[in-house]
Design a protein around this ligand. Structure first.
Ligand SMILES: [Zn+2]
Length: 178
């Protein structure tokens, strides 16, 4: 198990090389080194633009609160530095929120997905326990007050880093006549 203290050395379950918790991921409960997973690809760095504030906590099953409902409301507190980039946002009825699943518990290669119980891998599911802990949720925009957005339907827990916000192509506003 990859429950070791930072700095501890363990052996990659696939190649047997020594690795630390920082340069390994937990896959099916075993450490797998970054080289086995990704080869020599370099990581991508993204700065969060804000944080989710709500009363949702991570439960044992995975997503969101113990009784996730799509009617939950959350606030997205954008960093004040985002203010110049918000023009027109308040006119949108829906937004796409890109967020970091920041409380991962290790990746499983095959599991019963929550949607229908079918046995699948992470790429055929929306589990937050994935190699690239990025989640995308379409939300209803209720209110935009300064750099604080009130939204409905965000299945992210309290404290979740928000990586980006985009217009929704599922609910686009009609284009104005020119
Ligand atoms: Zn390895």
């Amino acid at each position: 198990m990859l429950s070791a203290e930072a700095g501890d050395t363990m052996l990659c379950f696939r190649c047997g090389s020594a690795c630390t918790p920082e340069d390994a991921r937990t896959v099916d409960g075993e450490p797998v080194c970054l080289t086995c997973l990704y080869g020599d690809v370099k990581p991508v760095m993204v700065y969060p633009i804000g944080v989710v504030k709500n009363d949702r906590r991570r439960n044992e099953k995975g997503f969101g609160s113990s009784s996730p409902t799509r009617s939950d409301t959350s606030e997205i507190h954008l960093h004040p530095g985002m203010a110049p980039f918000m023009k027109g946002l308040e006119d949108e009825s829906h937004l796409v929120v890109v967020w970091q699943a920041h409380r991962p518990r290790g990746v499983k290669t095959i599991f019963a997905r929550g949607w229908d119980g079918k046995r699948v891998g992470p790429f055929a599911s929306r589990t937050p326990d994935r190699l690239s802990p990025i989640a995308i949720t379409e939300v209803v925009l209720l209110e935009a007050e300064g750099t604080v957005l009130s939204v409905r339907g965000l299945d992210a827990i309290n404290g979740t880093p928000v990586l980006d916000i985009k217009m929704s192509l599922s609910h686009p506003r009609p284009k104005p006549r020119k």
